[in-house]
Design a protein around this ligand. Structure first.
Ligand code: GDP
Ligand code: MG
Length: 300
């Protein structure tokens, strides 16, 4: 076994929260760098919640939009905290950003209140450190240490890029172990259907204890928005090569398929930002990997 395979890889969904003008967009752009993967064509729709994906050698961060929190034209008020509360619960990690050069106790306390209501790990980044002297920064770090059990407190400058590596390390450490949720090869122009198929495939693979080959294919047969965008209804098929694999995926009285569906649905809901109705089918298609026609149909 080579050394690389033994290293822990981590991946997960990250929400960046902070008051207007603290530097969220600047930071996100820096973190995504050249690897800006998914550009949101319809930023106002709930279906484009993935802002971008940043790949590090040992971690993948999928940044999710948190509706309300980033809207600079609205004051940070109680309503926004409510929205934050309802969406933050789903992410693997919260990255809270404050402007160290211009502390704002009112909005900072609201954010603290929001994150204290969650169980998710929170990394705090103190931004714009290029604007303040070191002693002032140390005082702030001490204050923040007392205010919440942050996974890490990292002073950064999103503008100059200072300390961003430390920030990425701190974030990676706080994410769950797991393979990249989005393989490198599909990081450009991913249709949601394809991402959905990938999420189902990954869950099927993980939840069967890898008893099925990684080459199992998933097709998304329907992907419909319903109830005025409040629900997405999806039908998908898991294609396997052998009857025995079908049995493994379905499980006793359908229990395994139910488990796969539930896990995939939760992840798809995080991506699309609405409730999802997911119906899964399992189909045996012998030798599909060798059949180029089938391959094309699966989009490979
Ligand atoms: P957002 O509203 O939280 O998305 O904030 P923006 O990313 O739009 O940044 C607001 C302003 O702060 C912009 O003028 C940025 O150039 C500036 N800014 C962001 N990060 C830094 C930083 O680390 N240092 C300095 N000096 N300015 C920054
Ligand atoms: Mg912004």
């Amino acid at each position: 076994m080579n050394v690389k395979q033994q290293q822990v890889y981590r991946s997960g969904f990250v929400a960046i929260i902070g008051a207007p003008n603290v530097g969220k967009s600047t930071l996100l752009n820096k973190l995504l760098g050249q690897k800006l993967s998914i550009t949101s064509k319809k930023p106002q729709t709930t279906r484009d919640r993935i802002l971008g994906i940043a790949n590090q050698p040992e971690a993948q961060f999928i940044f999710l939009d948190t509706p309300g929190i980033h809207q600079a034209h609205k004051p940070l008020n109680q309503r926004i905290v409510e929205v934050a509360l309802s969406t933050l619960g789903d992410v693997d990690l919260i990255l809270m950003l404050v402007d160290a050069s211009k502390p704002d106790p009112v909005s900072e306390n609201l954010l603290l209140k929001a994150v204290k209501n969650q169980n998710n790990p929170v990394v705090l980044a103190l931004n714009k450190t290029d604007l303040i002297p070191k002693p002032a920064l140390l005082t702030q770090i001490e204050k923040w240490h007392r205010s919440h059990d942050f996974k890490a407190i990292v002073p950064v400058s999103a503008l100059t890029g200072d300390q961003l590596e430390n920030l990425c390390d701190a974030m990676a450490t706080s994410l769950p172990d797991g393979p990249p949720l989005f393989p490198d090869s599909m990081l450009t122009d991913m249709p949601e259907r394809f991402i959905t198929a990938e999420m189902i495939r990954e869950k099927a693979f993980r939840l069967t204890g890898q008893e099925i080959p990684y080459s199992v294919a998933v097709t998304v047969d329907t992907f419909k928005e319903q109830k005025k965008g409040k629900l997405v209804s999806i039908q998908a098929t898991i294609h396997v090569e052998q009857d025995s694999q079908k049995g493994i995926i379905i499980g006793k009285k359908g229990s395994k398929l139910k488990q796969i569906g539930k896990a995939a649905r939760k992840e798809i809901e995080r991506m699309v930002g609405t409730k999802v109705y997911l119906k899964l089918f399992v189909r045996v298609q012998k030798n599909w990997t060798k059949d180029t026609k089938a391959l094309r149909r699966f989009g490979y």
